[in-house]
Design a protein around this ligand. Structure first.
Ligand SMILES: [Zn+2]
Length: 423
């Protein structure tokens, strides 16, 4: 490990600022103090174990806050995901996942292999607490201890031990997950990775609950179209606004038997927006408004972006191409989303082709008539919309693959809702 890695680990364990700890370490190293001795000394300065002072206190996980300092917890290991990280040319394997006791769940990062597996009950001594995206996270490092417990630690109701999840339940940031899926689409790509040109596979996987995009950074031969696989130790990150499943060098695959649903999971708009984006979902909502930029539009022939007065933002004056599109604001009472419909779906709703729309615009001497016609058909009515829901700084968009009048019986839906809320 280099000085940066030592400082990071020590700062995490102590719950102190990394730059300050690094400065202290560097000062000592300048006087040729050996690194181990330097770390002991810095640890003593900040009162973190290794002699005298008050040790970390045993706490319930539910009581841990970002400012808890150093703690000792007795917990069940829920998940263990491995990841290789690089500090200035040095590769280190870290372990990340979740721990739980009866009072709650907390994420952790372990900077070395303490040998625990999902399902183990352990007492972790002197773990540092740091804040990660507003939540406390435990850092288990060199100055921490891990002891196995023989009595299993209870976990909150509804919390599962192990990383098995359905695709619909995966969220960006999840680590150490296990899925059983069918590979629905694969393509090979060459990217500029941290070790130069690398071949990767990316595509779409599905199970009974949904579909998600994936990337296999190892381009395994087993990951081919139609393969049904158990994938152990994958992580999830956001890619283009939706969760994406990542297979790493630590992921193990094995044959599995999987049912794939043709249907997308039905979610509320609020749920999908709140989760930060969902791939291939179905929502039901009322069209509040057809936004500007709907109906007949003009696109740049080079980049496909919208042009105004023949001007593309990237390509200047161009000879634009006509297209049809709808941007409709949908509301289901929980949140709103802008559904974006391509030319095919727009032609269906408009009830005419692009050529017919252009003719109507010429007759009326206004391109607006097409959007007006579309608004008259859509606004105030309920639609079932399937597609990819992504969230960015401007709001939530639903890239529609299906857009149909709702055929749900309102009475049946009301009673289903009452059952759901337990009325
Ligand atoms: Zn352009």
């Amino acid at each position: 490990m280099d000085i940066d890695a030592h400082a990071e680990e020590l700062a995490s364990a102590l719950g102190e600022d990394k730059e300050e700890v690094k400065r202290d370490l560097e000062n000592l190293l300048e006087y040729s103090v050996p690194i181990d001795e330097a770390k002991q000394s810095v640890r003593r300065k900040y009162g973190g174990g290794g002699g005298g002072g008050s040790g970390p206190t045993s706490v319930d996980i539910g009581d841990i806050g970002p400012d808890s300092g150093n703690v000792t917890v007795t917990a069940r290991v829920l998940t263990v995901g491995r990841r290789s990280i690089r500090y200035q040319g040095d590769d280190t394997v870290i372990r990340e996942g979740e721990l739980a006791d009866e009072t709650g769940v907390v994420s952790y990062t372990a900077w070395q292999d303490f040998g625990f597996e999902p399902g183990d009950s352990v007492t972790i001594g002197n773990a540092g607490v740091r804040e990660w995206e507003g939540e406390p996270e435990l850092n288990i490092g060199e100055s921490s201890s891990v002891a196995m417990e023989s009595e299993p630690v209870a976990v909150p109701e509804g919390v599962s031990v192990g990383g098995e999840r359905d695709l619909v339940d995966l969220r960006a940031g999840d680590r150490g997950r296990t899925v059983e899926v069918e590979v629905l689409e694969v393509e090979q790509r060459t990217i500029d990775g941290r070790d130069g040109e690398t071949t990767i596979h990316s595509g779409v996987i599905g199970d009974e609950t949904g579909r998600l995009p994936f990337t296999d950074w190892q381009a395994r031969e087993a990951v081919v179209e139609g393969a049904q696989l158990r994938m152990e130790d994958v992580y999830v990150r956001e890619f283009r606004g939706v969760p994406s499943v990542n297979l790493t060098e630590f992921t193990e695959t094995a044959p599995a038997s999987v049912e794939v649903s043709d249907e997308a999971p039905r979610v509320t708009i609020g749920e999908a927006v709140g989760s930060g984006g969902m791939y291939d979902v179905e929502v039901l909502g009322n069209v509040l408004e057809v936004r500007d930029g709907s109906g007949l539009i003009e696109r740049c022939p080079d980049c496909g972006r919208l042009v105004q007065n023949g001007q593309c933002r990237s390509h200047g004056q161009v000879d634009p191409e006509d297209d049809l599109r709808i941007k409709a604001i949908l509301d289901d009472g929980t949140a709103t989303v802008t559904a974006i419909l391509d030319r095919d779906l727009t032609e269906e709703i408009y009830g005419g082709t692009l050529e017919e729309a252009l003719e109507a615009a010429r007759d009326a001497m206004s391109r607006e008539v097409v959007a007006d016609d579309i608004a008259e058909k859509l606004v105030g009515r309920e639609y079932r919309v399937r597609g990819h829901l992504s969230v960015d700084e401007y709001g939530a968009n639903l890239d529609a693959s299906e857009f149909e009048p709702s055929d749900d019986d309102p009475a049946a839906r009301a009673s289903a809702l009452l059952t759901e809320v337990g009325a």
